[in-house]
Write a protein that binds this ligand. Structure first.
Ligand code: SAM
Length: 291
């Protein structure tokens, strides 16, 4: 993240009319909604680059679900982390880590999370880091998890692109609030993991992918035709909103992606530097079951 005086940055919250205070109000409303909607049982939450933690801790101070929450706030600046720790006094499930939020080890105890706060981050890191962070979220968030994120809308406005990255990672945008001056935004994205089963049919003259009924094994819904045939070996995996098809076609190992929501098939890489052996339905995502 870029170098700034983050303690001074927090002083902008002292002005209730500031854009930052508006943003705080929206973030807190979205956190409340996520907690209100959380199913009964434990709720795991992480706030990355948490600052003094006033957004989350302000909500937990009086929310009925606070006793169910295990939360980790990761903040690099020791003074801000200390302030967050003071604010969290009395909240048994909250831990404040003084450390680097980019290292998942700092907050691994709450992964996969039910709620993730990425506030005040995307305006301060390179675009490529935002893309990589969003692409990694399916492995860090439970299906149904809520991610609250913020980003300045100053030109060049990256918000539509970031929203697209969330879509590519299998998240649905459930709200987006713009400040009155149009310069700041707060997005909420919910991870849709609908547990659908897809299979790859490498028929010699008509390869296709189709969803299967997990109870009967019968094909159902659209057949996604693939732009190749004569498949020698293949494997299928998924990540976010995409299926990935590894196939040796005419002795050439290739990787294709298929997005079931749109039916779009793309050649990701020709001439893979390895061969493909084996078949089946697999997942390249980490397992997300809880203990
Ligand atoms: C723009 S502030 C946002 C604070 C808080 N999330 C909010 O919205 O009020 C960014 C915060 O990220 C912290 N930070 C910067 N790099 C970090 C890193 N690698 N790991 C953890 N915190 C970091 C800064 O110290 C600062 O408090």
């Amino acid at each position: 993240m870029n170098e700034r005086d983050w303690v001074a940055w927090h002083r902008t919250y002292d002005d209730p009319e500031s854009r930052q205070s508006w943003r705080l109000g929206v973030v807190q409303r979205r956190i409340r909604e996520a907690l209100d909607a959380a199913p009964a049982g434990p709720i795991r939450l992480a706030s990355l680059c948490a600052g003094d933690g006033r957004d989350l801790l302000g909500v937990l101070a009086d929310h009925a679900r606070a006793p169910d929450v295990t939360a980790v706030l990761v903040e690099q600046h020791p003074d801000l982390a200390a302030r967050a720790r003071d604010r969290a006094a009395g909240l048994a499930g909250v831990r404040v880590v003084t450390g680097d939020a980019g290292l998942v080890d700092s907050w691994r105890e709450v992964v996969p999370v039910d709620v993730l706060l990425l506030c005040g981050i995307f305006g301060n890191v390179p675009d490529g880091d935002i893309a990589r962070t969003v692409a990694a979220l399916p492995g860090l968030c439970r299906p149904g998890a809520t991610v609250v994120w913020t980003r300045s809308r100053r030109p060049p406005d990256l918000v539509p692109i970031v929203a697209g990255w969330f879509g590519d990672a299998g998240f649905e945008e459930t709200s987006f609030d713009d400040s009155a001056d149009g310069m700041a935004g707060v997005g909420v994205a919910v991870r849709r993991g609908d547990g659908r089963l897809f299979a790859f049919f490498p028929d010699t003259d008509h390869a296709f992918v189709q969803e299967l009924d997990p109870g009967t094994g019968a094909g159902k819904g659209t057949r996604f035709d693939l732009p190749f045939h004569r498949v020698d070996t293949f494997a299928i995996a998924h990540w976010g909103a995409f299926l990935y098809l590894f196939a040796v076609v005419d002795r050439t190992p290739r990787l294709y992606s298929l997005r079931p929501a749109s039916g779009e098939v793309k050649l990701v890489r020709d001439l893979l530097p390895f061969t493909v052996i084996g078949a089946g339905v697999s997942s390249c995502a980490p397992l997300l079951e809880r203990e």
